[in-house]
Design a protein around this ligand. Structure first.
Ligand code: GRF
Length: 204
């Protein structure tokens, strides 16, 4: 499966996907990393791994559709079959999302549908939940909505601040995203409307 990864920054989830794809048995390969930020450290990770990285900056385009058309062109030119959003910080138009319907996934650092959007860990702490976690899901036009592929639960500890909690959730993210990609690449995820079903074992 030919995968394109969209990033805006650090790229630790990208790194987890790169590491998984380095195994010759892994059924997917990253053929393109697109960043809307030229200084994203994830681009350096791509370079170090020998993966093609490309900057498509939203600042270089007059509007969102033309920015997205440039990304779409790059993804098509690379023969991308599945898009992974990995810390990509621009909201996508419904048109772009629909063009990649059931072929674009995202990772979010909460147990969706709780805590959509930004500052998830601070809000989880403020809410007093005892567990949070991460979710890999198919992308729908509404932010952080869409069929759930896998989730992992992570405990909230009494003395956590948002950084400590984010670090603990990130460890789970780095396990979940490659697993979700593998399940899709193996043809083991079926999407029907707003629900995804994983067939066969999917142990973390
Ligand atoms: C991760 O927590 C991811 O869940 C969220 O943004 C963060 C990106 O981190 N969408 P990184 O760039 O993958 O290190």
């Amino acid at each position: 499966l030919r995968v394109g990864v969209l990033i805006s920054g650090r790229g630790s989830n990208l790194q987890a996907l790169i590491d998984a794809c380095a195994d010759p048995e892994f059924p997917a390969e990253i053929v393109l990393v697109l960043s809307n930020k030229a200084d994203a450290y994830g681009l350096e990770r791509a370079r170090l791994a020998g993966v093609t990285g490309q900057v498509v900056s939203h600042r270089d385009f007059p509007d969102k559709p033309s920015f997205e058309a440039a990304m779409d062109g790059a993804l098509a030119a690379a023969g991308v079959e599945l898009v992974c959003l990995a810390g990509f910080m621009r909201l996508l138009t419904a048109e772009f999302v629909e063009r990649w319907r059931d072929r674009m996934i995202n990772i979010h650092p909460s147990l969706l549908p709780s805590f959509k959007g930004l500052d998830t860990h601070a809000r989880a702490l403020a809410a007093g939940v005892r567990f949070t976690g991460c979710t890999v899901h198919y992308v729908r036009p509404a932010m952080d909505e869409g069929p759930i592929i896998i989730q992992a639960a992570v405990p909230v500890l009494a003395d956590d601040d948002d950084h400590a909690l984010a670090d603990r959730v990130l460890v789970a993210e780095h396990r979940c995203y490659p697993l979700a990609l593998r399940l899709i690449a193996e043809g083991r995820v079926r999407v029907e409307g707003e629900r995804a079903t994983v067939m066969g074992p999917a142990a973390l």
